[in-house]
Design a protein around this ligand. Structure first.
Ligand SMILES: [Ca+2]
Ligand SMILES: [Ca+2]
Length: 222
C-alpha cells in the first residue's frame, strides 16, 4: 500500500511541469477577453494658431457595444473661443433629441439617437464645431456628462470614455515670421531673425510690432 502511495506521489511530481507547460501554452494561445470599447472622442485638424484663426473640433464615437443614444455637453472656454458654426455633414445621428446649437455660454449640450436595427457599432462622426480664436492662451475643450444608451432592449445607460483637446492660441504677429518666405515657420526663420537682431532697427524684424527688437519677437517662432 505504502509503495502504491509513493508511486502515485512520484507520478504527480513528475507530471506537474507538464501541466504547468500546458497551462502557459493555453494562456498564450487563447486571447484574454478584452474590455469593451465605448468612447466618445474629440479630435482637431490643428491644435495651434493665431487669434482670428479658425479651429475645428470634431465629436465622434467609437464603440464595439451596440448603442442607440449619445448625450454630452461640449465645454469650451468662451473667453478664448467663439463657436461660429456647427456642421452635421456625414453625421451618424438619425434623430436629434437636442440638436447642438451655437452657444456663447461655453457649453453645447446635445443628445441624439441612432435608429438602425441592432444599434450602432463602430466609429462615426456626430458633428463638428467651428471656432474662431478670440484671445491668446491654451484653450481646453472637453466633454461633460457624456453617456450612451445601450441597444440592449432596456436602454441601459453607460458612461463612455472621453478625452480633451487643447488649442494653443498665439497673438497674431504684426509681421510674418516666415523670414525666408518658404511657406513654413521653423528654425531657419529663427536663425535668419537672430542674424538681424544686432543690425539697426528694421520693422521687418519687429515681429510683434512693439517698436523694439527683443526676445518677445522670438515667441513667434515656437
Ligand atoms: Ca520659413
Ligand atoms: Ca518687437
Amino acid at each position: 500500500m505504502r509503495r502504491l502511495i509513493k508511486k502515485h506521489k512520484r507520478k504527480i511530481i513528475c507530471s506537474s511541469p507538464i501541466l504547468f507547460f500546458l497551462f502557459v501554452t493555453y494562456s498564450a494561445l487563447v486571447p484574454a477577453e478584452h474590455a469593451p470599447i465605448t468612447n466618445i472622442i474629440l479630435s482637431a485638424k490643428a491644435d495651434e494658431g493665431y487669434v482670428g484663426d479658425t479651429f475645428y473640433a470634431e465629436v465622434s464615437i467609437d464603440t464595439d457595444t451596440p448603442i442607440n443614444v449619445i448625450e454630452a455637453s461640449l465645454l469650451f472656454p468662451n473667453e478664448q473661443l467663439e463657436a461660429k458654426e456647427i456642421s452635421q455633414d456625414g453625421s451618424l445621428i438619425d434623430l436629434w433629441i437636442k440638436e447642438p446649437n451655437l452657444e456663447t455660454s461655453g457649453a453645447i449640450y446635445f443628445s441624439g439617437g441612432i435608429l438602425r436595427a441592432g444599434g450602432f457599432v463602430k466609429t462615426g462622426k456626430a458633428f463638428t464645431v467651428v471656432f474662431t480664436a478670440t484671445n491668446e492662451g491654451s484653450a481646453t475643450i472637453r466633454l461633460d456628462r457624456s453617456s450612451f444608451a445601450l441597444s440592449d432592449g432596456k436602454g441601459t445607460l453607460i458612461t463612455p470614455k472621453t478625452n480633451e483637446i487643447v488649442f494653443h492660441i498665439k497673438k497674431k504677429p504684426a509681421k510674418d515670421p516666415d523670414m525666408n518666405d518658404s511657406g513654413t515657420i521653423n528654425l531657419v526663420d529663427a536663425g535668419l531673425w537672430l542674424t538681424n537682431i544686432f543690425k539697426p532697427y528694421d520693422t521687418r524684424n519687429d515681429l510683434n510690432g512693439d517698436g523694439a527688437i527683443s526676445l518677445r519677437d522670438m515667441y513667434f517662432f515656437w
